[in-house]
Design a protein around this ligand. Structure first.
Ligand code: ADP
Ligand code: MG
Length: 371
């Protein structure tokens, strides 16, 4: 069953310069019951705004949001169910704990707002603390706790009302890498216990890949692609998504007389058929550094280039290879040794072809950055 449905949702914010900024542009989305669904994208792409509209903190310029069977936001009908009546739990990036309340009272807060009886509060808080490993810290004040423990308080407070849906907005961003990994695991465990539907917002692709059943990638207010982590990684629909999901090389290429050349280097022919998907005579070939086989030039008919730098990494060797006026990165094992200056041949394991991106796209993304 679809538990969260966004139907043509748009949010425009007015600006001083006159033309409004479209933070979220005609978004359609269905999140199924029990799913962990991630929103991934760079700062300013519209993740938080989308989440805030689902939560009911922000009205809609256009469109409708349903939670389960119930319409909770509708721009046409001017209908907005308040956040506390949407059956949600929420955790945000900043540790939103109250310093003057101890752990128990921090977690009890939503139940007190709901005017629950004393025994209901006690029982609910006890359970939430148990599931977030905070039981023995009930009387402690947040200032005596670590960042990880404080973020657990926020989690406990989010689950204490038994919500069906959890909205998590970069909840792990302020934690160190080791703790982040641990908390990912804890969130997944909680999800399995309670079977919430989770929307998990992050700008960290490995976090999204590790957490999600499905995820979407947003760019400048638009959803670009929705899929499972594996499908997204293996079949990005455009250059932006490809670049966002892992280490990448982009080689600008041109077609002339049905042959493929690196842009600006007509002397070097690339041994690939021009992709039918590219409509013009200009395109981009995308590769990942670890999906390129490097061999000595005499041994192969592959794409030719010259090694101009060699970096030793813990995981292997990185070669910077010059192809005409462009360079690409190649990652090999420590055993695959080539000297700087050698002409090598490269076999691209799974090259993807994309249209070029408009020159304004990166500028527009930077304008949208949220600090
Ligand atoms: P993300 O969470 O993906 O980093 P946001 O949803 O916070 O992005 O922001 C999307 C865009 O909307 C940004 O360009 C941001 O500056 C703009 N924006 C967000 N909130 C407001 C607001 N209250 N007023 C004006 N502009 C806003
Ligand atoms: Mg945000």
């Amino acid at each position: 069953m679809d538990q969260i449905v966004l139907d043509n949702v748009t949010k425009a914010f007015p600006t001083k310069s006159g033309s409004p900024i479209i933070a979220v542009n005609s978004v359609n989305l269905n999140v199924k019951e029990g799913e962990i669904f991630s929103f991934l994208g760079p700062s300013g792409c519209g993740k938080t705004t989308t989440l805030r509209m689902i939560a009911g903190f922000e009205d809609l310029s256009e469109g409708e949001i349903r939670l389960g069977e119930k319409v909770v936001s509708s721009s046409k009908r001017k209908l907005y169910v308040p956040p506390e009546d949407r059956g949600l739990g929420m955790v945000f990036q900043a540790f939103a704990v109250w310093p003057h309340l101890n752990v128990f009272e921090n977690v009890a807060f939503p139940l007190r707002v709901m005017k629950k009886s004393k025994s209901e509060v006690n029982e609910g808080v006890k359970k939430a603390l148990h599931h977030t490993n905070l039981s023995n810290l009930a009387n402690v004040y947040p200032s005596d706790l670590s960042g990880g423990q404080q973020q657990r308080i926020a989690l406990a407070r989010a689950i204490v009302t038994n919500p069906k849906i959890m909205l998590l907005d970069e909840p792990l961003s302020n934690l160190d890498p080791k703790l982040r990994e641990h908390m990912r695991f804890e969130i997944k465990e909680l999800q399995q216990k309670f079977n919430f539907t989770i929307i998990f917002v992050t700008h960290d692709q490995s976090e999204a890949m590790a957490m999600s059943d499905r995820m979407l990638v947003m760019d400048m207010g638009n959803i670009i692609q929705v899929d499972t982590p594996t499908n997204l990684y293996n079949k990005p629909v455009n250059k932006f998504v490809y670049g966002f999901l892992g280490l990448s090389n982009f080689l600008n290429v041109v077609r002339e007389d049905d042959k493929v050349y690196p842009d600006g280097s007509k002397g070097i022919q690339i041994p690939l058929e021009w992709s039918e998907h590219i409509e013009s005579n200009e395109g981009v070939i995308a590769t990942r550094p670890n999906e390129i086989e490097l061999v000595r030039s005499e041994d192969s008919q592959g794409l030719k280039g010259q090694i101009i730098r060699r970096n030793y990494l813990t995981t292997g060797i990185e070669y910077i290879v010059q192809i005409g006026t462009q360079t690409i990165r190649v990652h090999t094992s420590h055993q695959n040794i080539h000297p700087v200056g050698e002409i090598v041949a490269m076999k691209l394991v799974n090259p993807m072809w994309y249209e070029r991106e408009s020159a304004d796209a990166e500028k527009e993304r930077n304008l949208r950055q949220v600090i």
